[in-house]
Design a binder for this molecule. Structure first.
Ligand SMILES: [Zn+2]
Length: 169
């Protein structure tokens, strides 16, 4: 049955980490998350998993990016200034440049890691309808994480319907 084959299973922590670092789909590990440096795909081209799980979902990835940037900057400064005695005059401009460039470089990885680690912890909502987002890329054929074909011809019947405007509750 299509609904059962579309159920999502949380990736293990190791799989989530590897998929995050490789910028691949958190669910199947095959589909690419990014079209180019800054533009994300809306859904996985292999399994149809929708990457943006909620509005503003990737705001959380900025915590990863910030933490790594601040951590690397602090460790580098302490090591070079107090450990090797390098003067602030040369060190501060270099670290400021690092603080500007590194988050741009790490942007995609922060998003990818955020998504894959979140899916590792909780896949709630990951089985929501994805055919409308990915169906146009693969026609009517999608495959789930186990490689089984998922029939997307009958999604509307399984969706909960919101009440019509103006009807009584
Ligand atoms: Zn996928």
């Amino acid at each position: 049955m299509a609904g059962e084959s579309a159920q999502r299973v949380s990736p293990t922590f190791g799989h989530a980490l590897i998929r995050g670092i490789r910028l691949r789909c958190a669910m199947c590990g095959r589909g690419k998350m990014f079209r180019d440096w800054f533009r994300m795909e809306k859904a996985c081209s292999c399994c149809g998993f929708r990457f943006g799980r909620a509005p503003g979902y990737f705001l959380g990835s900025t915590y990863i990016n910030y933490a790594l940037t601040a951590g690397l900057t602090t460790v580098t400064y302490v090591g070079l200034h107090f450990g090797l005695g390098i003067a602030n005059r040369g060190l501060i401009p270099a670290l400021l440049l690092f603080c500007l460039v590194f988050p741009l470089y790490f942007f995609r990885y922060a998003r990818s890691l955020w998504l894959s680690l979140d899916c590792c912890i909780d896949v709630t909502g990951a089985s929501e309808p994805f055919w409308e987002h990915a169906g146009s890329q693969n026609g009517n054929e999608l495959k789930d994480s186990s490689g089984s074909r998922v029939d997307i011809a009958e999604p509307a019947a399984t969706l909960p319907r919101s009440p019509e405007p103006g009807t009584n509750r």
